[in-house]
Design a protein around this ligand. Structure first.
Ligand code: NAD
Length: 316
C-alpha cells in the first residue's frame, strides 16, 4: 500500500488522526495495533525499511515529522534516547522542531525512555505553545508491544491523561498515571534498574547451575516454582533454547538492545547521584552492562549471559 492522504481516510470520525514517529522494535508493533483498531496513521522513521513495513499494513508514510503531523490531532513518538526526542520536538536550535509546527491543543505522547529532566524540558516548551505533552514510557518488551499488553507509565496533567487513555488502551493493558511531567520516566528507570539487576542475576544463576551439571531448562523450571522466580524466567529466559520466541533462541536479535539497557541504567545512576540515593546493586548492573555493550551493544540485553560463556552468543 503506498502513501495516502490521511485527511481523506475514513476513521469513523470518532478517532483522532495519529502521527507515529519511530518505528523500531517497539514502535512498529505499537503502530500496527493502532492501525488494527481503526486509527488513521501517518508514520515517519529515518529508516525506509521501517516505514515500508507499516505502509504494507495501511499506514501513510510521511517524509518528515512535520509532514506526519500535518493532519494529526495526536503525535506519538518511540525513539531511542533523549537526544532523539529533543531533536524531533525542539530541533537543533531548541525552537525549530516539531512542537513549533503543531496547532494548539495537539496531544503529544512520548513513549521513549529518556531522562525525566529531558521530558520536563519538552513538556515546558509544549505547554508554552498550548500543546499537551505526556511522558508515557512503557514496560513489557517487544512481546508486549506485539500483543498490545504493554504497561504505560504516564507523567503529565489529568486532562491530557484522560485524552490519551483510550489510545494507550489499544497498545497496553495497564495504564498508570504516575504523577506530573517526568514522573513516568522516574518510575520507568526504577523498573529498568531492577530489570537489569534481575537479568544479570538470572544469567549468573543459570550459568552456575549449568557449569555444575544441570540442564538449563530443568533449572529454570525449578527456579520458576521457587523463590528465585522473576519476569526474566517467566517470559524472557536468557539461555538459548529454553524458551521459544525469545531473543536468546534467535541469536539475541530483536528485543531490547543491550545499549538501550545501558542507557536506562545510566539514567538511573544519574538520578541516584543527583538525589544522593544509594543504589549499589544498580551500580553493579551498570558496570556489567557497560563492559558487555562494548562488543554486544546491538544484541538483546539477555545476551549478558555471554559474559559467562561467549559460545552461547553464536547459538541460533
Ligand atoms: P529501536 O532502536 O529498535 O527503534 C528506534 C527507532 O527510532 C528506529 O527505527 C530509528 O530509525 C528511529 N529513529 C531514530 N531517530 C529518529 C528520528 N530523529 N526520527 C525518526 N525516527 C528516528 O528501539 P526500540 O527497542 O524500539 O526502543 C525505543 C524506546 O523504547 C527506547 O527509548 C527504549 O529504551 C524503549 N523501550 C524498549 C523496549 C524493548 O524491549 N525494545 C521496552 C521498553 C522500552
Amino acid at each position: 500500500m503506498g502513501t495516502k492522504d490521511i485527511s481523506t481516510m475514513d476513521n469513523n470520525n470518532s478517532k483522532p488522526n495519529i502521527a507515529f514517529i519511530g518505528l523500531g522494535n517497539m514502535g512498529a508493533p505499537m503502530a500496527e495495533n493502532l492501525l488494527k483498531a481503526g486509527y488513521a496513521l501517518s508514520v515517519f522513521d529515518l529508516s525506509e525499511a521501517a516505514t515500508q513495513r507499516l505502509a504494507q499494513v495501511g499506514a501513510s508514510v510521511a517524509k518528515s515529522p512535520k509532514d506526519a503531523a500535518s493532519n494529526a490531532q495526536v503525535v506519538i513518538s518511540m525513539l531511542p534516547a533523549g537526544q532523539h526526542v529533543h531533536s524531533v520536538y525542539l530541533g537543533d536550535s531548541g525552537s525549530n522542531g516539531l512542537l513549533a509546527e503543531l496547532p494548539k491543543g495537539t496531544l503529544v505522547i512520548d513513549s521513549s525512555t529518556i531522562a525525566a529532566a529531558d521530558a520536563r524540558t519538552v513538556a515546558e516548551a509544549a505547554s508554552k505553545l498550548g500543546i499537551d505533552f505526556l511522558d508515557a514510557p512503557v514496560s513489557g518488551g517487544t512481546g508486549g508491544a506485539v500483543a498490545g499488553s504493554l504497561t504505560f507509565i504516564v507523567g503529565g496533567d489529568d486532562a491530557a491523561f484522560a485524552k490519551a487513555e483510550p489510545i494507550l488502551a489499544v497498545m497496553g493493558k495497564n495504564i498508570f498515571h504516575a504523577g506530573e511531567h517526568g514522573a513516568g520516566q522516574v518510575a520507568k528507570i526504577c523498573n529498568n534498574m531492577l530489570l537489569g539487576i534481575l537479568m544479570a542475576g538470572t544469567a549468573e544463576a543459570i550459568n552456575l547451575g549449568v557449569k555444575n551439571g544441570l540442564d538449563p531448562k530443568v533449572l529454570s523450571d525449578i527456579m520458576l516454582q521457587s523463590s528465585g522466580r522473576n519476569w526474566t524466567l517467566e517470559v524472557y529466559n536468557p539461555y538459548p533454547k529454553v524458551m521459544e520466541n525469545v531473543p536468546s533462541s534467535n541469536g539475541y536479535q530483536g528485543g531490547f538492545m543491550s545499549k538501550l539497557m545501558q542507557k536506562d541504567l545510566n539514567l538511573a545512576m544519574q538520578t541516584a547521584q543527583d538525589t544522593e540515593v544509594e543504589t549499589p546493586m544498580g551500580a553493579k548492573a551498570t558496570e556489567l552492562y557497560a563492559s558487555h555493550t562494548v562488543e554486544n551493544g546491538d544484541k538483546d540485553f539477555s545476551s549478558i549471559i555471554g559474559r559467562h560463556d561467549v559460545s552461547l552468543l553464536s547459538q541460533t
